[in-house]
Design a protein around this ligand. Sequence first.
Ligand SMILES: Nc1ncnc2c1ncn2[C@@H]1O[C@H](COP(=O)(O)OP(=O)(O)OP(=O)(O)O)[C@@H](O)[C@H]1O
Ligand SMILES: [Mg+2]
Length: 245
Amino acid sequence: MAEPVLEVRHLNSYYRVDRSPFRSREARRQVLHDVSFTIERGEIVGLVGESGCGKTTLSRTILGMLPGYDGEIVHHSSRPQMVFQDPFSSLNPARTVGWILEEPLRAAGGMTAPERKAAVLAMLEQIGLGEEFASRKPWELSGGQRQRVSIAAAVITHPRLIIADEPVSALDVTIQAQILQLLVDLKKQYDLSYLFISHDLNVVYQICSRVLVMKDGRIVEENTVDELFDHPRHPYTRQLLAAAE
Ligand SMILES: Nc1ncnc2c1ncn2[C@@H]1O[C@H](COP(=O)(O)OP(=O)(O)OP(=O)(O)O)[C@@H](O)[C@H]1O
Ligand SMILES: [Mg+2]
């Protein structure tokens, strides 16, 4: 049964640009053009396209971080959580891993301190880091371990949808595979859906069920992952596939 967690309808996004210091009239540049798609419960939807096409702009707009947009964004559940390419920018360097994982629970409320501590330790086990990692700081972790922590921080409040923006691009291939496996395991356990942003079609092939192809801020193809690889419809998709070989 289809059950959408997110619907995006005719979305246009804009950035303000100051064309001239002498002119006060506001200029804006449109980055996303008439973007529409739905993410159903349990899906991993890939978003691919070359650098600068608007992938991060789309995730920022969905999360309400960009004021300049029109169109419709319908969340059918709690606010999505984000996982970024560089966990260094998202993890507070002054705090311990235990604090970082507990903070979203504190912010959400409804749990006692001992309950939160227990949830943090259980989550640490689940992401394959032992309890001893609770007292470490982000810089005392490897890149892969750091990404595990940032994924855990996104998942710990049990959102329905995770937006992962190039979550494995900074990692080498073996670590990439481990992190992808972790994302799949967590999806099963917590009934998650993902919008999985990547410029790497090979990674998308490994994890996604459906793919959106973006070019210059427009979705030019939406297809199942098998059809996309076997029978790409749009010339731009064929171009991306050829480049990935
Ligand atoms: N804060 C901003 N102000 C103005 N323009 C921006 C801003 N952020 C991004 N842009 C522009 O919007 C366009 C889309 O950028 P975006 O970051 O969404 O691309 P992307 O697909 O995520 O690229 P990448 O794969 O390199 O991460 C680019 O032309 C970029 O220069
Ligand atoms: Mg980006």
